[in-house]
Design a protein around this ligand. Sequence first.
Ligand code: COA
Length: 125
Amino acid sequence: MTDKRDDVVLRVMPRIADINANGHIFGGWVLSQMDIAGGIVAHRIAQGAVATVAIESMKFITPILLGDVVSVYAHEERRGRTSLAIRIDVVATRGAEQEQVDLTSGLFTFVALDENHRPRPLPAI
Ligand SMILES: CC(C)(COP(=O)(O)OP(=O)(O)OC[C@H]1O[C@@H](n2cnc3c(N)ncnc32)[C@H](O)[C@@H]1OP(=O)(O)O)[C@@H](O)C(=O)NCCC(=O)NCCS
């Protein structure tokens, strides 16, 4: 999943309140962390406000457990005129042996916004 192009954008530990009835962490909690991390990277590239316009693909690979340290990696995968697709991978560091477990991967699209909340062209590379 992750490679050296990726930045670790967030590291966070879920709390007891984030557990669902199966004893795993809510999918919505993970999605929220991914959206925050992708938004940070998109904001940096767009040099200003962005909005999430789409989640093009999303895969939950392994459940997240209480005690996991969750790392969210993100990198630019595709760039359009006003939009950016950011690949986001989520990995847990688990247990005393610090096992690395792939959790989730998704492709989130962000649009750069102007002061009227309408799409604006991305800055030149
Ligand atoms: C983001 C928003 C301003 C885009 O407005 P719009 O009228 O759809 O704009 P456009 O049709 O010109 O599309 C803008 C860009 O988004 C891309 N886009 C739009 N819908 C998309 C989708 N479903 N999947 C992927 N890309 C999409 C377009 O391809 C275009 O990219 P490009 O300029 O790089 O070619 C508007 O949809 C919006 O405000 N959505 C709500 C955003 C929001 O509240 N998000 C959650 C909180 S951050």
